[in-house]
Design a protein around this ligand. Structure first.
Ligand code: FES
Length: 163
């Protein structure tokens, strides 16, 4: 999962390297997803120029590849910040006060969910059920699950992410 030093582990985008990754996985079942994951693992996000490359390699349209890319919330268009805070936005957590907590976190971070702060410290993303459904919303900070959030616990989590 994401560590505070995650960014330094990523390679910078390189077309040749991207082509190698795509070729390596293009014959696998579910190749589009496998390739998107592999690219994100290598570069920390799925670089835009990779989309037409995947389409060409798999004989798909760009729209088809882009559709898969945008359907799964795990794929990033840009590299993540040093910390990744994910707030559950699925139904049970939403019904348990998730909207208010999401808005609170957005205010504190100064960004809308789905973005990274300008200082590249925190990426705030939605996630859809962490399997911790309870009477209060759940979240994840750098891969660590945190359940039963209230305003105080959320504030502490946001402060930890900003460190
Ligand atoms: S709906 Fe949020 S953890 Fe299940």
């Amino acid at each position: 999962m994401t560590s505070p030093h995650e960014r330094s582990h990523y390679e910078s985008w390189d077309q040749q390297r991207g082509a190698e990754i795509i070729a390596e996985h293009s014959l696998q079942e579910g190749a589009t997803l496998v390739i998107l994951h592999a690219l994100q693992e290598a570069f920390g996000h799925v670089p835009e120029p990779a989309i037409p490359m995947i389409a060409a390699a798999l004989n798909l349209s760009r729209a088809e590849v882009y559709g898969v890319f945008t359907f799964y919330h795990d794929f990033r268009k840009k590299p993540a910040g040093r910390h990744v805070l994910k707030l559950c936005r699925a139904e049970a957590c939403q019904a348990a006060g998730g909207d208010a907590l999401a808005a609170r976190a957005e205010r504190k971070l100064g960004i809308a969910i789905g973005n990274t702060t300008a200082d590249e410290r925190v990426t705030f993303e939605p996630i859809y059920c962490l399997g911790l459904c309870a009477t209060a919303p759940s979240a994840m900070l750098d891969g660590r699950l945190v359940g039963r959030l209230d305003e105080q616990r959320l504030d502490a989590l946001v402060a930890e992410a900003q460190r």
